[in-house]
Design a protein around this ligand. Structure first.
Ligand SMILES: C[S@@+](CC[C@H](N)C(=O)[O-])C[C@H]1O[C@@H](n2cnc3c(N)ncnc32)[C@H](O)[C@@H]1O
Length: 480
């Protein structure tokens, strides 16, 4: 097919980005905003030899799974790829995605994957909308020169103006309007990433789902914000506002937050709860975005850890110690490892806040801290290792050390089922068995899915040692 050619097709599947897949005479087309079951008219916008990308022009017959999106910006905005699909069908899409990854990348037989039905979000507190406790809103200028804010349109950095994102807290709109009118009053420019000029890059807002506390952090391309104290005072009048800060980011980068913080009003953190534990969260720390589903996820991780009170547990990639503290109440000793120093400060404070004395935290890369610790304490028994890495999954050095430590159980929490599948293949190839796979819908309306898995040690320590050595031998041989 050629660019600009028109076509009609029935959408027979969807890819991982949530684009509809249709075929015309054997030629595959990926079509944004089309969902499985739609019959559509489209136009080719990019044509490669064996596949192309199409634009949806008209829906000729809607899919039985099609629903009216709540948000008027859901199509141009890159955030909610699945809002036009019924929630029930979204859940099936996510189960299929996890199963496919485990089979295709992990090498597991589809019918033998011990996967439970996904835990969806109920209607509590506005679910499956209004669940996000965090938003990072880019500021910029519209074509007419006005200051605008919103979200980046899918795969670009052009801002789609969004007055109210239906995934976030409804107070966000009031805060963002306050910042915009302050910028107009004080002639403060938004950041222009092409010219690397202008001051305000992003506004990060966090809300404590259960406590109602709010944090606002303005990310600036400078060292100070003229009139910043006045803005902070204005924001502090909003009910629940507990922290207003600046984050300094002068780099030409897509990374949102810089290293340095300046606190303008309130405290340096907000507090929220998961289950009956309280957590202090600072602007730079990772904290799960969907508190309702997080509680379900952590309870599952706790159940999979199978603790009876006598165990030593490592919680790798521990953030502010959320999972560590959940586990510590039922274990003898928990060690947490996290790369962000501010998060580890929070983790230590959180242990004190919840009167937990059997959790110890280390700052550093998991793939360095754990091997170092194991080389100093080679005989020390570890019963359970929990990992919850970022999207890129675990470093191979870390997986290798985990095998050397031979815990009875490994609990793997993942936000990317492709890297999860890769890492499970590594662990299961060396003596662990995949016992349970539990997807949890942490991100309704989007294509992302969280998964928690239980692995148990199936082979004897001697056999695992042999497998680990073989891996080392293979690596050396490959290098030669
Ligand atoms: C998906 S989050 C999980 C955090 C925590 N378990 C939770 O549920 O809130 C991943 C965490 O890993 C941290 N991280 C990223 N790379 C790391 C590394 N190499 N070693 C240790 N922590 C790392 C991130 O800063 C982030 O806090």
């Amino acid at each position: 097919m050629e660019k600009n050619q028109q076509f009609t097709t029935v959408i027979e599947d969807m890819n991982e980005q949530g684009e509809g897949i249709g075929r015309v005479d054997g030629y595959t087309l990926f079509i944004k905003d089309a969902i499985i079951g739609d019959c559509i008219e489209g136009k080719v916008i990019k044509a490669k030899k064996t596949y192309g990308y199409g634009k949806l022009i008209r829906i000729l017959e809607p899919s039985p799974f099609r629903v009216e999106p709540l948000c008027p910006s859901s199509a141009p905005c890159g955030g909610c790829q699945l809002q036009a699909m019924s929630y029930r069908r979204q859940l099936q899409f996510k189960e299929d995605k996890v199963r496919n990854h485990l089979a295709r990348i992990g090498g597991f037989q589809t019918e033998e994957i011990p996967m439970k039905p996904i835990m969806g979000m109920g209607a509590e507190k506005g679910g499956p909308f209004r669940y996000r406790n965090k938003g990072q809103f880019p500021f910029g200028r519209g074509k007419d020169g006005r200051i605008i804010y919103g979200f980046y349109a899918g795969r670009t950095h052009s801002i789609v103006e969004t007055e109210d994102c239906f995934l976030g807290a409804s107070v966000n709109g009031q805060i963002l309007e306050s910042v915009r009118s302050f910028m107009e009053d004080y002639k403060i420019s938004p950041y222009d990433e092409v010219r690397h000029e202008g001051l305000i890059r992003h506004v990060l807002i966090r809300t404590g789902y259960y406590t109602g506390q709010i944090m606002v952090c303005l990310v600036i391309n400078g060292t100070e914000l003229p009139g910043g104290q006045l803005l902070a005072d204005r924001l502090m009048e909003i009910k629940g506002m507990a922290s207003v800060s600046l984050n300094i980011n002068r780099e030409k980068t897509n990374v949102i937050l810089g290293e340095k913080m300046v606190y303008l009003a309130g405290g340096a953190y907000i507090t929220d709860k998961i289950g009956d534990l309280s957590y202090r969260i600072s602007p730079q720390s990772f904290y799960q975005v969907n508190p309702v589903q997080t509680e379900k996820l952590y309870n599952k991780a706790l159940e999979f850890a199978g603790l009876t009170g006598g165990e030593t547990v490592w919680d790798l990639y521990c953030g502010i110690g959320t999972i560590s503290l959940f586990l510590a109440r039922e274990a003898k000793q928990v060690y947490g490892v996290e790369i962000v120093p501010a998060a580890i400060e929070n983790a230590k404070e959180n242990a004190l806040l919840n009167e937990i004395t059997n959790a110890e935290f280390f700052v550093g890369r998991a793939e360095e801290v754990l091997p170092d610790w194991h080389s100093v304490h080679p005989e020390e028994k570890v019963d359970v290792i929990v990992v919850d890495p970022p999207r890129k999954g675990c470093d191979e050095t870390l997986l290798h050390t985990m095998l050397q430590m031979k815990p009875e159980r490994i609990v793997y929490v993942s936000c990317d089922s492709a890297t999860l599948a890769r890492d499970l293949k590594y662990l299961c190839g060396a003596g662990y068995g995949l016992e349970q796979v539990q997807p949890v819908d942490m991100f309704p309306m989007t294509v992302s899915v969280e998964v928690v898995c239980l692995l148990s040690k199936l082979k004897s320590d001697k056999q695992i040692d042999a497998e680990v050595d073989i891996d080392e031998f293979d690596l050396t041989a490959g290098g030669e």
